[in-house]
Design a protein around this ligand. Sequence first.
Ligand code: ZN
Length: 138
Amino acid sequence: MFQRIDHLGIATRNLEESLKLYVGIFGLKLQEIELIESQGVRVAIIPVGESRIELLEPTGPDSPLARSIEARGEGLHHVAYAVEDVAACLEQARRGGLKLIDEQPRPGAGGSLIAFIHPRSTGDVLTELCQHRGPVHG
Ligand code: ZN
């Protein structure tokens, strides 16, 4: 059901500070910074080979990400897998008895469709399914 690791989401209080590390020292290239108002995050997309890093900064204290940083600190936030059909994968996860955060796919960065599986069902790893726009089957 998974095609590859699509990206790793890394929570940070300050995007510009994190970019000093990833771009300034690690020498990676910043593709773009995107504001995703509906999720309360500002996302810096940094390609690494065929995967990417997404640095995630909360837009304000009410952002769910701000509460997550408050509770667990900065650092690795989620693992995202590229899938061909996020709705079909959600259904498979549901049939497998996993607890879902998203019952339906919703818009993610870069025009993708995403859905999260609850870390309680996945060994405490927040898991994202990520479908990039493109040929849709069925
Ligand atoms: Zn993500």
